[in-house]
Design a protein around this ligand. Structure first.
Ligand SMILES: NC(=O)c1ccc[n+]([C@@H]2O[C@H](COP(=O)([O-])OP(=O)(O)OC[C@H]3O[C@@H](n4cnc5c(N)ncnc54)[C@H](O)[C@@H]3O)[C@@H](O)[C@H]2O)c1
Length: 292
């Protein structure tokens, strides 16, 4: 099973990153978006990211140009029919993803492998709407894709062993370190990270410590690169709330249940850094101040 041509569906934050590393690794890469504006925006962010690598001296201007030459955009899924691998990175909505897979299943050759970049949805549920459940995996890249080394390669109970190994090799070929994960809610990283982040909110609600003191404790006492509340604000409280609910639904365990404070912040539209306010006020992004 040789991967030569890669399709990417969605050219947002994650899709543009996946397209970039795929083209950088030498794969002919075709990206689909829903509008020319969004496609242009995605390609501009790829260009900007590659330019930073050129500045740092890790990529030459000629290599950047070759990478851009291997990348093509399209507004229709039809053109993805002859891809060997399609990585889907559309919005985190099960119905949208199922619709994409149903359409792709009709269009793509029978050998095409499908991979979802979902953070929290079930790969098994997505694969079940196609006639190729054995050729379906999760490829969970991390943000920002060009810099983060990890990819969780997720298999279901029916993933073909040879397809799975091909995906492990694909992850390595784009410069990542793959880890092997089974299709259970949150895979490995979120299974461990989400209860920790939710517990930090519960500790704050119970008066264990202030936001800044809890953040400093984990940063300075445990060597974490940032505290849980700063991380919440970076990840987006809306995304955290959504992910926690999906995981609570799957496991029915208290450790995955979103605490009331998280729900209230989300209802108030305080999603963290992206809205300027969450557990911190980001008016001065270099010096965030706790909001409570
Ligand atoms: N943001 C993160 O940190 C992160 C990390 C790991 C995984 N993920 C997962 O990656 C996926 C994408 O997330 P994102 O942060 O890039 O979102 P995003 O909103 O930045 O990008 C999604 C893009 O998909 C496009 N899209 C929607 N429907 C489409 C369709 N039918 N065909 C083509 N494009 C379509 C949208 O126009 C949008 O540009 C989600 O499943 C998310 O859970 C996100």
């Amino acid at each position: 099973m040789e991967i030569k041509k890669v399709g990417v569906v969605g050219c947002g934050l994650m899709g543009s990153g996946v397209a970039q590393i795929s083209a950088t690794a030498g794969y002919e890469t075709l990206v689909r978006e829903v509008s020319q504006d969004l496609l242009d925006k995605g390609f501009a962010s790829i260009d900007k990211s590659l330019a930073k690598f050129v500045e740092k001296g890790t990529v030459t201007a000629a290599q950047k140009q070759q990478t851009m030459n291997r990348l093509k955009g399209t507004l229709t899924l039809d053109n993805l029919g002859d891809c060997d691998l399609v990585v889907e990175a559309v919005i985190e909505n099960l119905e949208t993803k199922k619709h994409v897979y149903q359409t792709l299943d009709e269009l793509c050759k029978p050998e095409t492998i499908f991979a979802s970049n979902t953070s929290s949805l079930s790969i098994t549920e997505m694969m079940s709407v196609t006639r190729r459940p054995d050729r379906f995996v999760g490829l969970h890249f991390f943000n920002p894709v060009p810099l983060m080394k990890l990819v969780e390669v997720v298999r279901t109970i029916v993933t073909d062993a040879a397809v799975y190994e091909t995906m492990i090799r694909f992850a390595e070929s784009v410069g990542k370190t793959p880890v092997r994960a089974r299709d259970t809610g949150g895979f490995i990283v979120n299974r461990l990270l989400v209860p920790y982040l939710l517990d930090a909110i519960r500790a704050f609600e119970e008066g264990v410590g202030s936001i800044v003191d809890i953040d400093n404790s984990m940063k300075l006492g445990c060597g974490y690169p940032m505290g849980p509340f700063i991380l919440h604000d970076f990840l987006g409280l809306d995304t955290m709330y959504y992910t926690a609910n999906i995981m609570f639904d799957e496991f029915r365990e208290k450790r995955f249940a979103p605490p009331p404070l998280l729900k209230r912040l989300v209802l108030a539209g305080h999603f963290g850094k992206k809205t300027g306010r969450g557990f911190y006020d980001w008016s001065d992004p270099k010096n965030p101040k706790p909001t409570m």
